[in-house]
Design a protein around this ligand. Structure first.
Ligand SMILES: [Zn+2]
Length: 88
């Protein structure tokens, strides 16, 4: 494992349900919030998740289709590419 202190977007997505349910261990929660503070993509994702929960009234793994996770990770990659300087 490299960068054990730094949470990746993928890792955040994996534990977001636990975060929202309040079952995340305190140490993980700190790392989650540290990443969130720096990552606009994950802030947007968390907001979407909150809206999903608001709509369903509960949270379950089924609320997140598997391909939605994949799409999200693709969006992150595109977003990171988009923020990089363009090739000449
Ligand atoms: Zn992120």
């Amino acid at each position: 494992m490299q960068h054990t202190d730094e949470m990746s977007c993928k890792e955040l997505v994996e534990i977001i349900t636990e975060y929202l349910e309040g079952t995340l261990p305190p140490g993980e929660r700190v790392r989650f919030e540290e990443h969130l503070a720096l990552c606009e993509g994950c802030q947007n994702y968390l907001e979407q998740m909150r809206q999903t929960i608001g709509t369903l009234g509960r949270l379950s793994e089924e609320a997140i289709p598997a391909n939605a996770k994949e799409k999200l990770l693709q969006a992150f990659r595109a977003w990171k590419r988009g923020s990089a300087p363009q090739k000449q």
